[in-house]
Design a protein around this ligand. Structure first.
Ligand SMILES: Cc1cc2nc3c(=O)[nH]c(=O)nc-3n(C[C@H](O)[C@H](O)[C@H](O)COP(=O)(O)O)c2cc1C
Length: 321
């Protein structure tokens, strides 16, 4: 049976986030309060396909494989893929299934121009036939398939768009409550979640429906599920500086020392688990963990200059003296 069916309402899931939800960050979150479902960063299905089928290089040598590292502490875990090419999606989905992932999520909401140029991400909302074919291709891998999308492209158009996905019966559908045009510039339209629930109930009540956008605590998410009737909530930026979020903690509830310890652990984990990634990726985490106390700006500025976990740890130790 699919793990999606076993989740009790309200459930809370980790948002897929490029250069954030890597193996090191997921390990940090897993230790402090696991979400009901983990997500990887998005990975290009075409990139996975080209390496073997065209460049004839083994998958193990593909640099994209570093984004598909995982540990058994993070279960269930879904790999997010993007592609507008069914053949390449089928290839990548099979690979992800062989790697032992519990599910595949298809990105149909990313507004990044380089992704949209490939017809992927949010651009899929403009090509329903392609979206259908890509979901069906992912399903051939035999593990649960879910979709993450938005409420529309230029304007809210859930009535036309959501049935395209729901009719193919993914196991779950995440709706980021903004249009492509709105990017992340306006507050998420949670007032529209009930409409999404009505469409799901009418078109395919078996699909688990997840709301996403601006939620920063389990408490807030629990209210939203009760109010709107969706099944679960996905939390993204609310994890920044707060890897305890799924344990029910609010960011302000954690003492500074514990936050700095978490940052040190993340930096060491980052070096150990993602050795090929650039240390500067940690800057967003430094900003998020080192904030809201006297001397934060000064410490943050020093930490931004560090280039290794040992250096970062030494700067924090000397600040504590
Ligand atoms: C740094 C960053 C990276 C992201 N990467 C992805 C991604 O790889 N795949 C995806 O579907 N969404 C991605 N998103 C969007 C988030 O998953 C989420 O939909 C969005 O941030 C809104 O949720 P939030 O308000 O809880 O953060 C990203 C967002 C941010 C801020």
């Amino acid at each position: 049976m699919s793990f999606w069916k076993e989740l009790k309402k309200p459930f809370f899931v980790m948002a897929p986030m490029a250069d954030v939800t890597d193996a090191a960050f997921r390990a940090l979150v897993a230790k402090r309060g696991a979400p009901n479902v983990f997500w990887t960063e998005f990975v290009s299905a075409d990139g996975l396909y080209h390496t073997r089928e065209i460049a004839k290089m083994p998958d193990s040598e593909n640099p994209l494989m570093r984004d598909l590292e995982k540990s058994d502490a993070e279960r269930p875990i879904v790999a997010q893929l993007f592609s507008s090419n069914p053949e390449m999606m089928a290839y990548a989905a099979k690979l992800v299934a062989e790697l032992g992932f519990d599910g595949i999520d298809i990105n149909m909401g990313c507004p990044d121009r380089s992704i949209e140029k490939q017809g992927s991400g949010a651009a899929m909302m403009k090509t329903p036939e392609v979206a259908r074919a890509v979901i069906l291709a992912a399903k051939t891998a035999g593990i649960p398939v879910s979709v993450k999308t938005r409420i529309g492209y230029n304007k809210e158009s859930m009535e036309e768009w959501l049935p395209v996905v729901l009719e193919i019966a993914p196991e779950a559908l995440t709706v980021h409550l903004r249009t492509r045009k709105e990017m992340s510039l306006v507050p998420a339209h949670w007032e529209l979640m009930q409409k999404a629930v009505e469409i799901r109930d009418r078109v395919n009540p078996n699909v688990r429906l997840i709301g996403n956008g601006d939620v920063t605590s389990v408490e807030e998410g629990t209210h939203l599920v009760a109010e709107t009737g969706c099944d679960g909530v996905m939390i993204g930026r609310g994890m920044f500086g707060n890897p305890w979020v799924f344990a029910g903690r609010k960011s302000e509830d954690t003492p500074l020392e514990e936050k700095l310890e978490a940052l040190i652990e993340l930096a060491h984990g980052f070096e150990a688990l993602t050795p090929k990634k650039n240390f500067s990726i940690l800057k967003k985490h430094i900003k998020a963990f080192v904030t809201g106390f006297a001397g934060a700006a000064e410490l943050r500025a020093k930490l931004m200059e560090t280039e290794s976990a040992a250096e970062l740890e030494a700067v924090i130790a000397s600040a504590a003296r």
